[in-house]
Ligand binder design. Sequence first.
Ligand code: ADP
Ligand code: MG
Length: 352
Amino acid sequence: MKKNKGLSSTINWVGIISFFVLIAFVMQMAILCYDYIRSKTENMVLVAVLILVEVIILSTFCTVFDWIRRKIMIDIPTKKILSATEKIADGDFSTRLEIKHDYGKYNQYDLIMENLNKMAGELQKNEVLKTDFISNVSHEIKTPLAVIQNYATLIQDESLDSETRKNHAKTLISASKRISDLITNILKLNKLENQEIQEKHETFNLTDALAESVMEFETLLEKKNLELNCDFDDVFVYSSKSLLDLVWNNLISNAIKFTPDGGKIDVSLKIKGKNAEVSVTDTGCGIASEVGAKIFEKFYQGDTSHSTQGNGLGLALVKKVIDILGGEISVRSQVNKGSTFTILLKDVVYEN
Ligand SMILES: Nc1ncnc2c1ncn2[C@@H]1O[C@H](COP(=O)(O)OP(=O)(O)O)[C@@H](O)[C@H]1O
Ligand SMILES: [Mg+2]
């Protein structure tokens, strides 16, 4: 990272020049005064006294000059910075400092002020994210909890036939699963964001890993009568298998979820030099461009008709994993025609 961006120079030229001018001025005045006094009197005691007076006057002048210089150049910006840090420490993250110089002509104080402004901005952003996160999580938990409360009450009715009771129990299980999935995803995302998950890299067969992920959805695919086509190059890669499994599972489950019965899903794995490219294409509802801009945000769900399944964290997780692994994700989509999610894993191919 480039340090001290915008700083005019690491040398404080104004300080050096004012110090130099002051010393030169004092010496010049001392020489002139000495010459003048010597030309007026031969009395050395008087000369000494007058020189002493001159030194005292000059010293006083220098002290006052230096005091003013310090006041303007050091005390004023320090006080401003101090008062801003106090406000920020008290939780006022809207505090900003006005920087007097233009970018590129900054002195050290301007740079501190700019960093302080950035810090306050980041804290303010985090505060908003935190409140948003809390309200999103509360909302996501409240809905299935209400279902659990309702059905737990209904199931107490002894006159219920066993079929209805079984259905109520299923609803209870699925609502509680939603809460547990939500918590699992939040914890995973949190660990990824705090870099607590060590992406254990290993050499593995990506073709097999992808095929295994697809197979896990066999029942779901059959249930929705979806046609599945797989076109896989054979490849070993060096990457994190467990993190990538998370990606495939989310992309395939989304493709299934957002594709109506009888649709088609294509999964492909192509080798491009040292890179591997995985695409998941569906013939589902597609993504409108205004929705597409937000799908990687936490808790964002574009299609509310499916909002009872999932919690809008899937693609946020996918994006985070791909960022960590140094890959790229792209989406192509047409409303009511379908979508293609493509993942490019860079420099991972081990052998093929
Ligand atoms: N294959 C897809 N087809 C259409 N829309 C999709 C697809 N995948 C994701 N989306 C959109 O992106 C949103 C976010 O996806 P995701 O983070 O996985 O959340 P969730 O699946 O819980 O809704 C979805 O709500 C949906 O609007
Ligand atoms: Mg999802």
